[in-house]
Design a protein around this ligand. Structure first.
Ligand code: ATP
Ligand code: LTN
Length: 326
């Protein structure tokens, strides 16, 4: 029996942090043996805001190397860069033409990102249609992402269903796969805000490649609340976030969390979280240093070559359904 397809993408912007790992990449690693997985560095999404060209190229390789360092086996899953398969952009256009503008204007990520910019590129509005194209291009069934992407996944399903009902069955309607713990890791300095690559605070995020002593210090400085010790009934968002990070990295059950942390003073809670994070990041950083750039380019090219025929078949089918010239 053929395995169901999984697709997900990560943008080559900024440094990957533990939110990206716990929200998405940890699930990539878990799913790779059970499904036919494609993990993609989505560089076409990155250029919806200006990227310095040489830096962008460096970042693309950094993300691909981190995928491998986190445990994705390029002999098992397909690793690729979005812009090396032209079907992403092509299907993106075809789907743009069946997407009402109002659906895109409602997207909260668009509203947040456009509010921060003086001039807004049209690509920022179209961004979720390109994401839908990424997913639908490979007839993906499952899309592992963090919770911030749930709205974009709903839109993807709406676009697929609306195309299917207008032109006949064409696309698989995909399901969102969130992790049980770590679906929304919050900023250490401000637990009301999602941990983000683009935030500027020095103690906001823990990068996967952060110096481990620095990473521990950031956790020791994390915002908590005015209680002295962990109380599962009354804890605020900062404490909940630290416990969530611990549970997502360690895989501890709710009962184990209760036993280990109930009544623990915040200083000791932070020490345990800091140790757990350092212990989990250490092997990732060691593997990252072993991944070589030369091989990486070959792997990414092979990944794209292997999967391109699937993309071409979907674009051909879509064009055919729409009455375009194939
Ligand atoms: P930014 O962190 O700047 O908002 P992004 O979310 O746009 O970046 P990506 O690198 O493309 O960036 O995200 C990769 C994956 O990481 C996505 O599946 C996303 O849902 C997930 N993710 C991002 N931030 C978090 C977070 N704080 N907690 C859990 N998952 C996250
Ligand atoms: N929009 C996502 C990145 C992304 C993606 C995708 C995720 C682009 N295409 C396809 C899953 C499937 C983000 O900003 N995190």
């Amino acid at each position: 029996m053929t395995k169901a397809r999984v697709f997900s993408g990560v943008q080559p912007t900024g440094h990957l942090h533990i939110g990206n790992y716990l929200g998405a990449i940890q699930n990539f690693v878990r799913l790779q043996h059970e499904y036919d997985c494609i993990f993609c560095v989505v560089d076409l999404h990155a250029v919806t805001v200006y990227q310095e060209p040489a830096e962008l190229r460096r970042k693309i390789r950094e993300i691909a190397a981190l995928f491998i360092a986190c445990g994705i086996d390029p002999n098992v899953a397909t690793l690729m860069v979005q812009s090396s398969v032209s079907g992403h952009a092509e299907l993106g256009w075809l789907l743009t033409c069946v997407t009402p503008l109002g659906w895109l204007e409602r997207m909260t990520q668009y509203k947040d990102k456009s509010a921060k910019q003086e001039t807004i590129g049209a690509g920022l509005l179209q961004y979720p249609v390109l994401m839908a194209a990424d997913i639908l291009l490979y007839q993906s069934k499952i899309v592992p992402v963090g919770d911030d992407q749930s709205q974009h996944l709903e839109l993807t399903r709406d676009i697929a269903q609306s195309f299917n009902s207008r032109y006949g069955d064409t696309f698989t309607v995909p399901a969102t796969k969130l992790p049980t713990h770590g679906a929304r890791v919050m900023g250490l300095d401000d637990p009301e805000k999602k941990m983000s690559k683009s935030a500027t605070g020095t103690s906001h995020a823990i990068g996967l490649l952060d110096d481990l002593a620095q990473a521990k210090k950031k956790i020791m400085r994390a915002t908590t609340d005015s209680n002295p010790a962990v109380d599962f009934e009354t804890m605020g968002p900062g404490v909940r976030n630290l416990l969530g990070i611990y549970q997502a990295f360690s895989g501890a059950s709710n009962e184990q969390m209760q036993n280990e942390f109930a009544g623990l003073r915040y200083g000791d809670l932070k020490k345990k979280v800091a140790e757990q994070v350092a212990q989990s990041l250490e092997p990732i950083q060691a593997r990252y240093r072993e991944v070589t750039t030369g091989n990486l380019d070959d792997l990414l090219r092979q990944g794209a070559n292997r999967i391109r025929p699937v993309a071409e078949a979907t674009v051909r089918l879509t064009k055919d359904r729409m009455g375009l010239y194939t």
